[in-house]
Write a protein that binds this ligand. Sequence first.
Ligand SMILES: [Zn+2]
Length: 506
Amino acid sequence: MGRGRYCARQLTALVRKFLDDRTFLPVNPYGDWNQSMLIDEDLSLDINLYLQEIGKDVSAKKVVSFLAREEVKQKHGITKAISERTARRYLNALGYRFRTAKKGQYADGHEREDVVYYRDHTFLPQWKALEARMENWSKENEKEHGPRPDGKTVISWFNDECIFYANDRTPRGWYHKDSPAKPYTKGEGVSLMIGEFVSAKFGWLQSPDGKQSARIIMKPGKNRDGYMTADDIVNQANRAMDILTEWYPEYEHIFIYDNAPTHLKRPDGSLSARRMPKNIPKEGHNWGVEVTKRDNTGNLVHLPDGTTAKEKIKMGNACFADGTPQALYFPEGHPRASVFKGMAYILEECGLVKESKLRAECKNFKCAPPAIDCCCRRVLYNQPDFTHIPTILENACNTRGFRLIYLPKFHCELNFIEQCWGYAKRIYRLNPPSSKEEVLEKYALAALDSISLAQMRRFSNRSQKFMDAYVKGLNGRQAAWAARKYKGHRVLPDSLMDDLEKAKIT
Ligand SMILES: [Zn+2]
């Protein structure tokens, strides 16, 4: 690193202490910055104003030249120039951190009422019911407590996709730690999408010899592999279930998915109040669901111009409170046989006469909470038979005896595969530049393979801290604080990681 013996000895001592005690971390690697010029509040204020003025292109060099300006030197009585190293220390002291532009972890919706409701009333109860049968590992990678003897051990497999970009090579700079997240710009060079499952017990989902895996690798975009479809997702789940059934039948496997639209797709013609008209369609008209046409073997039908053919089908039956089916179309013998009944008629049939007189929908179906009986569409939408429609993916898993749990929206901190992606990308960025596709794939896969099982377990533990916090009733911000106090997930402080990266030490 171009430093002298003293530094080397200090580092050796730190490493030895760290090996003895993994919680031992240097508290302030930047020494006594508070003894520096920054004690001078006027000066730090001026530096801050200057940094705000130059906006996002903050650098240590600029701080050096700012402090070398004649008027600044005179005003603050500075006699000698500072080094770039010192400038970096100042920047740290002023709250700047050298890192990649941050992608906002907490999207606005994290604490939204409906999201929290789903988290507390659907997700967490499902998770808690299984938790007692899951295994845990300490931060020293030792099994903390095994599962209770009743029932099979539960293995939870977290699913997600991640995109690697060919030109993604340490685009780092100084950003204030409180600066808002920069919008994520897509499409820097060719890209590669990887879909995976991960568990704290086994790591990536694969057979013991590593020959079979549930990994999806595709080149997203037009004229390449297209985009991930609901079919791709189901195929991947089936491959995962094949492997788990063959190699790990002694466990109970649970899949954890996020709320991506491809994961939530319901079978064509499934019950949905979204587009229903309120009234019976006029003479000569009917209402149905437009779907992509498939031939008898299930393949898409293409029109001469290359687009996929569409067709209108009838929506499936609803259900009365006693469980008997409720047809949405008038029966044979009725003057309007086969014609859609309309929301008002459907509600009336259920005995919801008062509700059937409501307006069709609130503007753009954005009903004011607590939306229960404001409009026909909302009433229908909240009917039990309309709310519990299994997704294609759930059907595929449930028919083979596997359970699936959907994460609450915006809660990526609960999915520890996200941290695996983050780790892999840090490793990936250290590679020499290349825009070749085969190189991109090689580097991306090598980066994924570089994550040790012990590291994955640390990530998993961290997500577990969030789970625990939500179970205790904390909100997102409080949960983040609770998880931050937990040191096991962080092996090295960020500042040291940066130095190692610059020195190309992995
Ligand atoms: Zn409404």
